[in-house]
Design a protein around this ligand. Structure first.
Ligand code: SAM
Length: 365
């Protein structure tokens, strides 16, 4: 019995050691991305000395030397010995293809920021939550929020007008947007998606709603700089929309990009969306692709990463003021159930080739 349990312990301790060894470099990867060190190393076609790297990066060699220790032992950067006996360092091009700013759609380097930012913003508050059960407010996450907006902005610019909208309602939405309809984006943040749409479809009218006065003010000033006359923004709690008279039946199309799973009162928000849609109006909810039962997510290619982001941000912000706290991995079964509860009886759950980590939930009123 004792022998057997000792046998079993070894692989498990190996696993934990592996996690320690392969999660710790995330921090140095984030530093390498943020400081531009990967971009600098990527400019070299041959192995280089520490001095050459530090000179080109214009950064402190002692810090770079220690950082290279992480990179070499973590098998990100290759080490060799030059004829003079000094170490040389090289970032292989296939690694640069994923870690540098030139990587475009394949850029995984940018995601290395996420866990370090969440740790610095919310580690203590989340640990307190384990005792108190209370949520963590958005104002604890300023750097993380700014980072996530940058990510979302980049994605909207790449896919929204060229790929996402042309696929909605089997291509029928585009013609209607061109002719002129009324559109609302819920949880619009700084309004990037709306500004792209308002520019592309000048005959349609767009309204952005967000609970944060700060982001709405930023959105307003960006929109006025672009002189977009067909776009306005409103600061409003989406959970109150279901009783709002001004917006009853006011929109032909409502979007919610990555804005429902963080809600403290998600069912009220969905009821509100139905309330503001005109009869026959369309709703697109884009939210994370996962299943609702944890046991069904074991094969998810980024399960541990996404559950971590949810634990550190999505669930705690959704628990504020006694909120529902769905978490990012609430999953398609729960999402469809809640949409139906809100009155959206026929919900299509669509995969998006341009965005495999999200699902498009589409329904008519
Ligand atoms: C993750 S961000 C998504 C932003 C944007 N839709 C995008 O695609 O980048 C979620 C947004 O929902 C907003 N939000 C959260 N709760 C809200 C509520 N009850 N009513 C309106 N907006 C809300 C937040 O302020 C935040 O800007």
């Amino acid at each position: 019995m004792t022998e057997k349990s000792t046998e079993n312990q070894k692989p498990f301790s190996d696993k934990i050691t592996g996690i320690l060894n392969y999660s710790a470099p995330n921090l140095a990867l984030a530093i390498g991305y943020r400081t531009g060190l990967f971009d600098v190393m990527d400019t070299f076609d041959t192995p280089q000395t520490l001095k050459a790297i530090a000179e080109r990066a214009d950064l402190n060699p002692r810090y770079i030397k220690e950082w290279l220790g992480v990179m070499v032992s973590g098998e990100i950067v290759e080490i060799s010995i030059g004829e003079d006996g000094d170490n040389r360092f090289y970032l292989p091009k296939p690694h640069g293809d994923f870690l540098t700013r030139r990587a475009g759609n394949s850029n995984l380097g940018v995601y290395t920021q996420e866990i370090p930012l969440l740790t610095s913003c919310a580690m203590e508050a989340v640990i307190e939550g384990f005792t108190s059960g209370i949520g963590v407010t958005y104002d604890r996450y300023p750097e993380f929020q700014a980072f996530m907006s940058q990510l979302a902005d980049a994605k909207h610019r790449q896919v929204l007008v060229d790929k996402f909208l042309p696929a909605v309602d089997d291509g029928r939405l585009i013609g209607r947007l061109q002719s002129g309809i009324r559109v609302c984006d819920l949880g619009c943040a700084e309004g990037v998606a709306l500004m792209l749409m308002a520019k592309a479809f000048p005959n349609s009218k767009f309204v952005g709603i967000d609970i944060s006065r700060e982001v709405i003010e930023t959105a307003q000033s960006k929109a006025s700089r672009q002189q977009l006359a067909n776009l306005e923004f409103v600061t409003l709690d989406a959970a109150t929309l279901k009783d709002n008279r001004e917006f009853k039946d006011a929109f032909d199309y409502v979007t919610a990009f990555d804005a429902v799973h963080d809600q403290t009162r998600p069912l009220d928000v969905l009821l509100g969306i139905r309330h503001i849609l005109a009869p026959g109006g369309m709703f697109s909810m884009v939210d994370i692709a996962a299943r609702s039962d944890l046991a069904d997510n074991l094969e998810h290619p980024m399960g541990p990463f996404l559950y971590t982001v949810s634990l550190m941000h999505c669930m705690p912000v959704g628990l504020v003021d006694g909120g529902t706290g769905l978490g990012m991995m609430w999953g398609r079964e729960k999402a469809v159930e809640m949409l139906k509860k809100a009155g959206f009886q026929q919900v299509q759950v669509l995969e998006m080739p341009e965005d495999p980590f999200n699902l498009h939930y589409f329904s008519f009123k």
